[in-house]
Structures are given as structure tokens and as C-alpha cells.
Design a protein around this ligand. Structure first.
Ligand code: NI
Length: 169
């Protein structure tokens, strides 16, 4: 297993659109294991392959308190959304230290392949539903700060670039 470096906003590679996985083989299963290890190490609740510069439709999630319920979504598609949305505070491993409100569907049904390549439908609500929508945005090249006002987004961009400069000093 390997820990993978996570891309940081505003890295342009975060805006690449991921391609579907053709077959869930050993290569993809290794990717999934590495992504889970990276997510747990970073204390995140979700990670999209885009964030580790792999542009394939793979997501790992664990919203459990005990950190022992990994969920693997390969080629996820939203097949149903609730009629209602609400505002949630979100954060992202690619935008460390930034939390802000984003409107999401209260519940979604998602069809995806699991880590064994089996098709399944997940009925998600609350935190899991928010997390799935957030991670699926990553696969489309979208970072949550892009929902915020241009003013806020520019402030975040400046802050992130400053932190990067200080790190590389
Ligand atoms: Ni994120």
C-alpha cells in the first residue's frame, strides 16, 4: 500500500474531468486500497481519484464514527435526487483549513460498481449524501469553493497560494 500526495486547490489538475473505469481489475483495486489508506491518514471522510491526480471515476468514502465502513464507488451515477436541498458546511482535503456552506440535495440514490466490480445502488441521506455529491463533483473537475462567491473564492485562492509559497521556502 502507498500513501498518495493530494493535490491542493488551485492546482489546475483538479479541474480535469475523470474517465469511466473500463474494468475493475487488480490495478483499480490497488488504486482503491491506496486511496483508502490516503483518506484515513489524512483524516478525511471522502477522496476522489482526481485529488491524487488519477483521472478515473473512482471515489472512496467513510462517514462512520469508527472509521471502519469504507465505501467504494466506481463509475458512480446519480439516479435519483430528493426534491429538497439544504445548506451544509463543507471542507475538502484539497482545500485544507477552509470550511463553507454549499447547497446539496438532502438525499440521493447512486448506482456504482463496488471494489469487486459488482453493480449496486446506494440510498444515501444526510452526511453520506453530501459527501457523495461533493466527491462526484471532483470527478467532474469541480471543487466546492467554486460554489462560493467570486470574492470568497479569490480570498481562498490567495490564502492557498501563500501557504504553498511558505511551504516551499
Ligand atoms: Ni473534496
Amino acid at each position: 500500500m502507498a500513501l498518495l500526495p493530494i493535490l491542493c486547490y488551485p492546482d489546475p489538475k483538479l479541474h480535469k474531468v475523470a474517465k469511466p473505469v473500463a474494468v475493475v481489475d487488480e490495478r483499480v483495486q490497488t488504486l482503491v486500497r491506496d486511496m483508502l489508506e490516503t483518506m484515513y491518514e489524512a483524516k478525511g471522510i471522502g477522496l476522489a481519484a482526481t485529488q491524487i491526480d488519477v483521472h478515473e471515476r473512482v471515489i472512496v468514502i467513510d462517514v462512520s464514527e469508527e472509521r471502519d465502513q469504507p465505501l467504494v464507488l466506481i463509475n458512480p451515477e446519480i439516479v435519483w435526487t430528493s426534491p429538497t436541498k439544504h445548506l451544509n458546511e463543507e471542507g475538502c482535503l484539497s482545500v485544507p483549513g477552509i470550511y463553507d456552506g454549499v447547497e446539496r440535495f438532502d438525499a440521493v440514490h447512486v448506482q456504482a460498481l463496488d471494489g469487486q466490480g459488482q453493480s449496486r445502488t446506494i440510498e444515501a441521506e444526510e452526511l453520506l449524501a453530501v459527501c457523495i455529491q461533493h466527491e462526484m463533483d471532483h470527478l467532474m473537475g469541480k471543487v466546492f469553493v467554486e460554489y462560493l462567491s467570486p470574492l470568497k473564492r479569490n480570498r481562498i485562492k490567495t490564502k492557498m497560494l501563500k501557504a504553498l509559497r511558505e511551504e516551499s521556502r
